[in-house]
Write a protein that binds this ligand. Structure first.
Ligand SMILES: Cc1cc2nc3c(=O)[nH]c(=O)nc-3n(C[C@H](O)[C@H](O)[C@H](O)COP(=O)(O)OP(=O)(O)OC[C@H]3O[C@@H](n4cnc5c(N)ncnc54)[C@H](O)[C@@H]3O)c2cc1C
Length: 294
């Protein structure tokens, strides 16, 4: 493994100064679970590792005045999974983080690291994209919010500039009566990354029709797949089995999946059809339960 220095700054300002001065050569270290692997294998090089471990203010879980759930970049996945606040406000978020890897990885890996490694075979990004979540990135040049949906641009590539640090992820509350689910499909061990993962959100309009539907399929291509035209076309329709079947068919027909150890492109296409349908049915059932409660 190539030589590198490790620094442990004590504030966000110090981190931003280091990132601005060292550019591509510096890499923030969150949980280190992904970075340690790629550095050891020589797939990535960095002369300066900037540990975020001692930086205050990055590990909170809170709900703001607008009802958004705010997850700090350094929040461990296990903390999301076990947070009473997350279970109360957006249980689907806790359910999804609980699906990642195994408990040892979840104790170490972080919300920010999971998004920033931009690994195609990840779970949370599909759900966060479907919920309309935003990534908050800061640098000495300012602050910006990036929709999770636009955050990953290719294999292991995000829109982040080398001098930017992710500080938190902002997840909007679901509208009253909405239903959301994330279904993970594994083909190897129960701890494995997904062969595919489908996040579905349905928002009824009060008269049994769809005000909005979101379906995002993860782990089948270099970035999470959301088909805007398909989703726009079903607004105003009843969320019956025919509509669900149509959405599933179109996702299966229009996504061009990759092949890897977890499944061939052909197999993934078949599973996209099955899991988009299952996810929408499950989201509809949840919306119906929510509707009876509101
Ligand atoms: C055995 C194993 C199984 C796994 N299985 C799954 C799975 O089933 N599903 C799944 O979704 N994931 C899975 N993962 C990935 C895991 O959940 C973590 O997402 C991943 O390892 C990175 O998290 P980390 O906090 O350790 O990030 P790190 O390794 O510290 O960093 C990852 C990358 O993000 C950058 N980075 C980190 N934090 C920031 C920040 N705040 N701002 C800017 N850049 C930042 C780093 O510079 C680095 O490039 C698995 C990982 C392992 C090791």
């Amino acid at each position: 493994m190539a030589e590198f220095a490790v620094v442990e700054p004590g504030s966000v300002d110090e981190v931003l100064d280091l990132l601005a001065r060292h550019g591509e050569e510096a890499k923030p270290v969150a949980g280190g679970t992904w970075l340690a692997l790629v550095l050891r294998q020589g797939l990535l090089w960095s002369s300066l590792l900037v540990s975020l471990r001692r930086v205050p203010g990055l590990a909170g879980i809170a709900v703001d005045e607008a009802g958004n759930l705010r997850l700090g970049a350094m929040v461990r996945l296990r903390s999301v999974e076990t947070s009473a606040l997350v279970w109360e406000r957006l249980p689907v978020v806790a359910e999804t983080y609980r699906e990642v890897a195994n408990v040892r990885v979840r104790y170490q890996a972080t919300v920010g690291g999971n998004l920033c490694d931009a690994d195609y075979a990840s779970d949370p990004p599909a759900l966060l994209a479907a919920l309309g979540a935003r990534v908050v990135a800061v640098s000495q040049r300012g602050r910006r919010e990036i929709p999770v949906r636009d955050f990953v641009v290719g294999h292991y590539q995000t829109v982040l500039e080398p001098d930017e640090l992710v500080t938190e992820v902002v997840v909007p509350a679901l509208p009253p009566g909405a239903g959301a689910v994330y279904l993970k499909y594994r083909t190897r061990s129960h701890e494995d990354r997904p062969c595919l993962g489908v996040a579905a959100v349905v928002v009824p309009d009060g008269s049994g029709r769809l005000a909005r539907a979101e379906v995002v399929v993860g782990a089948v291509a270099e970035r999470p797949q959301r088909l805007a035209e398909v989703l726009d076309a079903v607004v105003g329709r009843a969320l019956d089995d025919a509509t669900i079947g149509e959405i599933a068919e179109r996702y299966a027909a229009e996504i061009e999946p990759l092949s890897d150890l977890r499944g061939s492109a052909w197999y993934r296409t078949e599973m996209i059809r099955v899991f988009v349908e299952r996810a929408l049915r499950a989201a509809r059932a949840r919306a119906q339960r929510e509707g009876r409660r509101t």
